[in-house]
Structure formats: structure tokens, C-alpha cells
Design a protein around this ligand. Structure first.
Ligand SMILES: CC(=O)N[C@H]1[C@@H](OP(=O)(O)OP(=O)(O)OC[C@H]2O[C@@H](n3ccc(=O)[nH]c3=O)[C@H](O)[C@@H]2O)O[C@H](CO)[C@@H](O)[C@@H]1O
Length: 344
């Protein structure tokens, strides 16, 4: 049996679940280990996968705070118990603080461990784990130091491979099936910045367009007050429907969000999270796409009008859609599962 671990937010959890399902489909029993308090606490019980939840402290500077540091240590202790009890023949960690304790302990116990990095740069947990991992799998080709590059492989980002026609998706979401649609996707937790900036900037378009604004569950009450005719606010959306409904999107720069944009061929204006909040991962992600002409990158809100006008132009959208081709190839979960089984 194999342990798949990682979570906290959707960007780590959903590709982890996709990999777990691919392992099961290959005949390998799987247990998913996530973090208490992460999105997985809500999602795993409905997944029908065997799972465990353990405490996991945030790495980074936060770990220096006494409460968080204790959580990191408790996480490692519980991870040791889980690994000793389940005796997996391999561990796959999807990165982030939630995937750290089990992967770290497993590697120390000599169990083959594989990591997957979703972003266009290695996060802190993966920088530590990469040295101990048998294989370093990546969503996108990123430069690595030679020792890591030698054991790395680009597999892609496991997206949910589900598409609907625009009319069907819009109807299922309660929108007008015939109106062209702008999607705002703030990511797992919603984006305060997009919530504050966008409604009033997009109201002037509502004569011809409609907007589906995913704002995050905790902002939903507040944002509902900004709804208008043809401006729809949702805390959390079914993202396969939302992408299928959209003509273009304004999003954060999560790796999952961009890979889904590529899979659904939806042009995106990316507004990355400020660098001090995620070490620049989202700047790297949107930058990777923008350098290839496969996304637009918002450097500052002064440029918003110009960027919006670019995306309102059908020929710009067609150009971006063309550049998105091949950036999120299908079958990433299966490629990842195959590598885990190779090292097991
Ligand atoms: C604040 C933070 O640390 N963000 C990180 C987190 O982002 P976060 O988890 O927000 O972002 P991603 O864009 O990678 O993934 C979000 C996932 O949740 C889904 N979704 C989201 C909203 C919704 O209403 N419905 C829905 O289904 C999306 O379709 C996607 O599959 O993990 C990503 C992948 O490691 C990183 O790139 C981000 O930097």
C-alpha cells in the first residue's frame, strides 16, 4: 500500500486525490494523510478513500512562533505513528506544509518517497524533501540544481479532466446559457484583493456580458451585496463547470488554476498573490505562462483597463488559446502513479 499526503488548500489536495485514484485504478491500495484544519478535513470524508488527519504546523517563519513550532513537532510524532502502523511501500507527497511530516518521517525510515511540485518553483517543504526523495516530479519544467535535476521528471499537474458545453455549464451554475461569461476565480480560499477590486470595474460590461465571481466561502456574505443583474457571486464553485462556462477568466496565480485554464483553453488574466505571502510561487506560475504568451499578467491595478480590453478582443483570446495548447497534457495523475509504483 501507498500513502499519498498533502493538502491544506485545493492546489495541493485535488492533484493528490487524482494521484490516489490513479494508484487505486492501477490496483494499489492507498491511504490519504492530510492535515487537521485543512480543506481535506471537509473533502476526504466524501472521497471514499481511507484517510487519516494529523496535525501539521506551517513551515516558514511561522514555525518559529511557539504554537506553530509545537504543531510541527506533534505532526512529525503522529506521522511516525501512522507510517509505522500502515507500513507503506512508498509515500507520495504533494508538497505544502500538510505533506511534509509523513514524507519526512518515511524518508528517514528508508521508505521510498516521491514528491510532486505543482508550482513553477520549489516550495519550502519540497526544497527540504527533494534531497531525501527518490524522484522529484514537476508540473512544469523548472530549473533545478544538478543533483535534483538528475532525479526529476515533468509529469504535469493532475487536473480534473471533465468538460461541459458552455450552455450546459452556464445553465447548471444558474447563469444565462447564452451570455458570454467572465469567470473570477480567487482560488481555494477566495481572494480578498480580487473581491475588493473587481465588481465595480466589471459592472460597466454587464450590458453584454455576465460575470461569475467565486469569492471564497468566508467572504460570501459580504460579496453577495455586490451582486447585480448578470453579476453572480458564489463562495465556492464546481470548477469543471465554471471553466466550461467561461470565455475568459481573472484569477490568482495558483498552479491548479493555471493548469485548469490550459486544460479548458480559457485565457486568463493572472493576478499573483503578493510575493511575501507565498515566496513568489504565484508570480513564477503566471510568469511561466505569460512568457509563453499563454496568459496575461497584471503587474499593477493601473494596467487593469488595458488588460481587460485586451481580453475583450476575440483575436487576443484566440491567440492565447492557441498558446495554451499542450501546457496541461492529460494523464498527469497516471504518469505520477506509474513513477510511485516504479520506486515502491
Ligand atoms: C495561498 C496559497 O498558498 N496558494 C497556493 C495554493 O493555492 P490554491 O489552493 O488556492 O490554488 P490552486 O489554484 O492551485 O488550486 C485551487 C483548486 O481549487 C479548485 N477550486 C477553487 C475554488 C472554487 O470555488 N472551486 C474549486 O474547485 C480549483 O479549481 C483548483 O483545482 O496551492 C497552489 C498549488 O500548490 C499554489 O500555486 C498556490 O500558491
Amino acid at each position: 500500500m501507498v500513502i499519498v499526503t498533502g493538502g491544506g488548500t485545493g492546489g495541493h489536495l485535488y492533484p493528490g486525490l487524482a494521484a490516489a485514484r490513479a494508484l487505486l485504478a492501477a490496483g494499489e491500495p492507498v491511504t490519504y494523510v492530510g492535515a487537521l484544519g485543512g480543506l481535506e478535513e471537509r473533502v476526504l470524508p466524501e472521497s471514499r478513500l481511507p484517510y487519516r488527519l494529523i496535525p501539521a504546523g506551517k513551515l516558514s517563519r511561522e514555525a518559529l512562533r511557539p504554537g506553530e513550532g509545537v504543531k510541527v513537532l506533534r505532526g512529525l510524532w503522529q506521522a511516525r505513528r501512522v507510517v509505522r502502523e500502515l507500513r507503506p511501500r512508498a509515500v507520495l507527497s504533494m508538497g505544502g506544509y500538510a505533506g511534509f511530516p509523513v514524507a519526512f518521517v518515511a524518508a528517514l525510515l528508508g521508505i521510498p518517497m516521491v514528491i510532486h511540485e505543482q508550482n513553477a518553483r520549489l516550495g519550502l517543504a519540497n526544497r527540504i524533501l527533494a534531497r531525501l526523495a527518490r524522484r522529484v516530479t514537476l508540473s512544469t519544467p523548472i530549473p533545478l540544481e544538478p543533483r535534483l535535476a538528475a532525479k526529476s521528471q515533468v509529469v504535469g499537474y493532475p487536473v480534473r479532466e471533465e468538460k461541459h458545453s458552455p450552455a450546459e455549464a452556464r445553465a447548471a451554475l444558474g447563469l444565462d446559457p447564452t451570455r458570454p461569461t467572465i469567470l473570477i476565480l480567487g482560488g481555494s480560499q477566495g481572494s480578498k484583493e480580487l473581491n475588493e477590486q473587481l465588481p465595480q470595474r466589471l459592472y460597466p460590461l454587464l450590458g453584454a456580458w455576465q460575470v461569475l465571481h467565486q469569492c471564497g466561502v468566508r467572504w460570501e456574505g459580504e460579496l453577495k451585496a455586490r451582486e447585480r443583474a448578470h453579476y453572480f457571486v458564489r463562495g465556492y464553485v464546481d470548477s469543471a463547470l465554471a471553466w466550461s462556462a467561461a470565455d475568459f477568466a481573472i484569477t490568482r496565480g495558483g498552479a491548479g488554476t493555471l493548469s485548469e485554464a490550459a486544460f479548458h483553453q480559457v485565457p486568463v488574466l493572472g493576478v499573483p498573490l503578493p510575493r511575501h505571502l507565498d515566496g513568489g510561487a504565484q508570480w513564477a506560475n503566471v510568469g511561466f505562462y505569460a512568457e509563453r504568451g499563454a496568459a496575461r499578467l497584471l503587474h499593477s491595478w493601473d494596467q487593469f483597463e488595458a488588460e481587460l480590453n485586451a481580453l475583450l478582443d476575440p483575436s487576443t483570446r484566440a491567440h492565447i488559446r492557441d498558446r495554451l495548447k499542450g501546457l496541461s497534457p492529460a494523464g498527469a495523475a497516471e504518469r505520477l502513479a506509474r513513477i510511485v509504483l516504479e520506486v515502491a
